[in-house]
Structures are given as structure tokens and as C-alpha cells.
Design a protein around this ligand. Structure first.
Ligand code: FAD
Ligand code: 2HG
Ligand code: ZN
Length: 479
């Protein structure tokens, strides 16, 4: 069937303006966030309600057209980018962005899957509650994408990943069946936890159209500090001390090397004068909803202990909201700093906390023997054992060519190192299209077999985000 007729059948199904096929207008949907790959799409479809999503999926299944679900298109692994065939449609959830209900008593929020994370946070805050999911892309990523990637971010150490916040789901399966389980229950042991299948599935099992998320009491007090790490400071021990002595009020423990801090400083118009110590810096934050706790006093006492152990060269407690914001801005601007310089080859690794220092030592020696002139930007959510071990693209060097070279050599040494320490090649960014070969290389054989069976059971015709994450049963490896 010619493309124009296929498109007309979708147009008949949706309202005007909901089917976009002008190549210029869909260019931002067909290129991944890091501009490493541009695919092609028959069209971008923008439904406004779950029934329309189900109709689209049914029609696509009939016509044998592949579907790529898309939220904010901030995936770092090309998960929301179509392949180059031009035979897939992108289903963008951007028009399904309603906050359906905030229930302050049950402490939950029900939303359309296309709701922007920041808007969901704000809706919760307006009801005096906290949606404890926070990441640099929160102004543009959407809840369906957060579920699709099991997003983590800046407060996982206290509240967990997206998986831990999900109470209910609404999703459209590959044959158009709607799973409607938007309940707010904490307890519901009634067989398989189907909603969890969609977490981290990166659009390969169905399209999430709605979600119920768990909320927490809104912190009314915060204590934030910038720590300059002394030479040889033991990161894991410092974290253990801070966590124990905070009585689990710790919400953030973000590590940054001096190079990462400098990259952020270079691009900020009014940067704070904060610097890293010889072993880097840590942004630490305690938060509490209780008005009766003096968090500054608590944090000060904990940091005094760390200084006594010789782990800190110095520590600065934020004295005002603006100082706190400045500390956070420095941390959150690091990805932009890398981008403005000439980009980086990203390694989103995790290892058990007990092996963090060993990873840093081994990885550092691999980098030095690969090329002593390479520069690194290393930072991340050390509270979760997660490091962004990024190799900076040297100025003036072709970014794509450099990325390809590093991906095929040094990156594998770094991932091998993480794997040997019991770690992961993707802590929070997912697999998408770019890391499929790594799943095949490092994934447990039995686990991959189970994933392929799940994929085939949910999507026997392989129409949902084909080419991402995992091969269905019967498809041969291209690696
Ligand atoms: P998209 O990129 O649109 O999609 C991601 C995947 O989910 C794709 O495979 C897509 O097919 C699938 N998907 C999207 N919507 C749906 C749906 N409705 N149903 C089913 N599948 C769907 N990630 C972290 O975990 N922690 C961080 O700290 C973090 N920081 C970031 C900072 C920056 C500056 C940027 C650019 C990215 C960052 N990310 C981070 C990565 C990214 O923002 C997250 O992975 C985010 O969750 C993706 O959401 P999205 O709406 O943009 O999804
Ligand atoms: C962060 O922690 C994000 O800021 C982005 O996960 C990491 O750009 C990166 O490498
Ligand atoms: Zn991160």
C-alpha cells in the first residue's frame, strides 16, 4: 500500500494536525537527543486520548507498521528514535499531558503519560507534597519516558528510581488492548505485577498512556553543603557516615571531579566561587518535612566528624536559598558544560558501592594507557553507586568519529572493568538502540532469554519499537 494511503488511514482516525509528515517539522523527533543518529519516520502521530492511542496501535498492527513511542525525546541511548527504514511511525504523547488527580490523603498523583515531569512535580507541590523524581531533563522529559527508562536522577539515594514510585498504570498493548490499572494501592498482591513490565521496557512492550505515582511529604527544611574532598578521601566511607548520622534524611550525595566542576563553571554567566578539592567535590543535601528538626546543625556536626577523619579539605554550608541554588546549578550544568566544549563519550556505569574507588583507580589507568592526553569528566550519583565516566571529545576533533573510535575500544575496557566488579554498563540511561550490543555482551544469558520471551509474548509481530533493547525470539543477532 503506498505511503500516502497509509497516512490517510491514520488521518481519518485522528483530528486535524495530529498527523505530521512534513520532514522539516518532524526532524526534531527523528534525531536523538545527543545528535548521534537520525532515523526516518513515515509520520509523527499526536493522539490526545487513550482511545486514540489504542486505535492507532490497532491500525498499525493491521498495516504492519512499526511504532516508536516518544515522550520528551531526551533519551541518551537513541531509545525514542526511529530506525532509518522510514517504515515506522512515531507516537508522541506530548498532547496527553493532563494531571488527572492529586490525592493528598492517599499521597498519590494520577497523570497522563505525556505530562512533563516538572509539571507533575509542581502539581504535587501545590498540594503540599513531593514527587521525589528529579533529573536534569525534568523540564522536557515526560512521565511515560521516565517509566520507559526507569529514570533515576538526583534523589534516588532516599526515594528510589521511577520503578519505586509507580503505583498504577494505563497502557496500550501491541494489539490495541488497554491495560487499565490506575489504582493507588500500596498493597495489591494479585498475581503478576504487570505495570512493572513497562518500567525500563523503552517502548518495546506497549505504550504507557497514564500512571499513578507515589508522593512523599514535601520537605520544608533542607540543609545543603559543598564538600571539598581531601586527597585519598574514601567516598564509600564518607557516604556511609553521612547516611548513618543523618538518620536517613540524606536525599542527595553527588560526586564531581574538578574537571566537571570547571566545565560547568565555564558556561555559567554568574558562577559561584566553589571549587573541588584534590579528590573532587560532593554536593550533599538533607531534607525533612518536619519543622522540629534543625538540619543545618545536624549536617554541620556530621561534616565536623568527616573533617576530623581528614576526609574533607573544607565544607561550605549553604546559608541561604540562593547559595543552595548556586550549588545545585553547578552540578546540574555539567552536561551542558560538556556539550558546549565539544561533547563527550558517555559511560553511565554503576558498581557496588564497595567497589567505587577500585573502579575509579582501574578505569583511570585504562584511560592513561589508552591515551595520556585524554580528558575526563567524571561525576554522578555516587549515593547510588552510579558514575558518569565521560571522556571529553578534544576540541576541534570530529565528535561522531571520535565517539565511534572510543566506543569500539576504550569504552569496552571501561565496561569490562565495571562488569568485573559486578557492575552495569547502563545504570540509569537505558539500552535503547545504542547499547543493544552491550546488553548482548554483558547480559546474563538466562536473563536475556527471559527478556526475549517477554518481548515476544507482549508483541508477537514485533511492531513496538523494533530494533531497540532486545531481539524478539527468532531474530538473529547482528553483532
Ligand atoms: P524519551 O526520550 O522520549 O523516550 C525514552 C524511551 O522511553 C524510549 O525508548 C521511548 O520509546 C520510551 N517511551 C517514551 N514514552 C513512552 C510511553 N508513553 N510509553 C512507552 N514507552 C515510552 N536520566 C536519568 O535516569 N537520570 C538523570 O539524572 C538524567 N539526567 C539527564 C539530563 C539531561 C540533560 C538529559 C538530556 C537527559 C537525562 N537523563 C537522565 C536521560 C533522560 O532524560 C531520561 O531517560 C528520561 O526518563 C527520558 O524521558 P523522555 O520523556 O524524554 O523519554
Ligand atoms: C546527570 O546525572 C545526567 O546529570 C546526565 O544523567 C549525565 O550527561 C551525562 O553524562
Ligand atoms: Zn545521571
Amino acid at each position: 500500500m503506498p505511503h500516502s494511503i497509509r497516512l490517510r488511514t491514520f488521518r481519518d482516525l485522528l483530528n486535524d494536525g495530529a498527523v505530521v509528515d512534513d520532514p522539516e517539522r518532524i526532524a526534531t523527533y527523528t534525531t536523538d537527543q545527543r545528535q548521534l543518529f537520525t532515523g526516518a519516520a513515515l509520520a509523527v502521530l499526536k493522539p490526545t486520548m487513550t482511545k486514540q492511542v489504542a486505535d492507532i496501535v490497532r491500525l498499525a498492527a493491521q498495516l504492519g507498521i512499526g511504532i516508536v513511542p516518544q515522550g520528551g525525546n531526551t533519551s541518551y541511548c537513541g531509545g525514542a528514535t526511529p530506525d532509518a527504514s522510514g517504515r515506522q511511525i512515531i507516537v508522541s504523547l506530548e498532547r496527553m499531558d493532563k494531571i488527572r488527580e492529586v490525592d493528598p490523603v492517599s499521597m498519590s498523583i494520577s497523570v497522563d503519560a505525556g505530562a512533563i515531569l516538572k509539571n507533575v512535580q509542581d502539581a504535587a507541590a501545590n498540594a503540599g507534597l513531593l514527587l521525589p523524581l528529579s533529573l536534569g531533563a525534568e523540564g522536557s522529559c515526560r512521565i511515560g519516558g521516565n517509566i520507559g527508562t526507569n529514570a533515576g536522577g538526583l534523589s534516588v539515594v532516599r526515594y528510589g528510581m521511577t520503578r519505586d514510585l509507580l503505583l498504577g498504570i494505563e497502557a496500550v498493548l501491541a494489539d490495541g488492548t488497554v491495560v487499565s490499572d490506575m489504582r493507588k494501592l500500596r498493597k495489591n498482591n494479585t498475581g503478576y505485577d504487570v505495570k512493572q513490565c513497562f518500567v525500563g521496557s523503552e517502548g518495546t512492550l506497549g505504550i504507557v498512556t497514564g500512571a499513578v505515582l507515589r508522593l512523599a511529604p514535601l520537605p520544608t527544611r533542607r540543609a545543603t553543603a559543598w564538600l571539598k574532598l581531601a586527597n585519598g578521601a574514601p567516598l564509600a566511607e564518607l557516604l556511609a557516615l553521612v547516611r548513618r548520622e543523618s538518620a536517613d534524611l540524606l536525599t542527595t550525595f553527588e560526586f564531581m571531579t574538578a574537571r566537571s566542576v570547571a566545565l560547568a563553571t565555564e558556561v555559567l554567566t554568574d558562577p559561584p566561587s566553589l571549587r573541588a578539592g584534590p579528590a573532587g567535590a560532593v554536593l550533599v543535601e538533607f531534607a525533612s518535612s518536619s519543622r522540629h528538626l534543625d538540619l543545618d546543625e545536624l549536617l554541620e556536626a556530621v561534616l565536623a566528624e568527616a573533617i576530623e577523619f581528614g576526609w574533607l579539605e573544607d565544607a561550605f554550608l549553604a546559608q541561604s536559598g540562593s547559595q543552595r541554588t548556586a550549588m545545585w546549578r553547578l552540578r546540574e550544568t555539567i552536561p551542558e558544560g560538556e556539550k558546549r566544549r565539544n561533547g563527550s563519550v558517555k559511560h553511565d556505569i554503576s558498581v557496588p558501592l564497595s567497589s567505587i574507588q577500585r573502579f575509579l583507580d582501574l578505569a583511570g589507568s585504562h584511560v592513561r594507557s589508552y591515551d595520556v592526553d585524554l580528558e575526563l569528566s567524571v561525576y554522578g550519583h555516587v549515593g547510588d553507586g552510579n558514575l558518569h565516566y565521560n571522556v571529553l571529545v578534544p576540541p576541534g576533533v570530529d565528535r561522531l568519529e571520535f565517539t565511534k573510535r572510543i566506543d569500539g575500544s576504550l569504552s569496552l575496557q571501561l565496561y569490562d572493568t565495571a562488569a568485573a566488579l559486578g557492575g552495569s554498563f547502563s545504570a540509569e540511561h537505558g539500552v535503547g538502540r545504542f547499547k543493544k550490543h552491550l546488553l548482548e555482551r554483558y547480559g546474563d544469558v538466562g536473563r536475556i532469554a527471559a527478556m526475549r520471551r517477554i518481548k515476544t509474548a507482549f508483541d508477537p509481530a514485533n511492531i513496538m519499537n523494533a530494533g531497540a533493547v532486545v531481539r524478539p525470539l527468532g531474530e538473529k543477532s547482528a553483532c
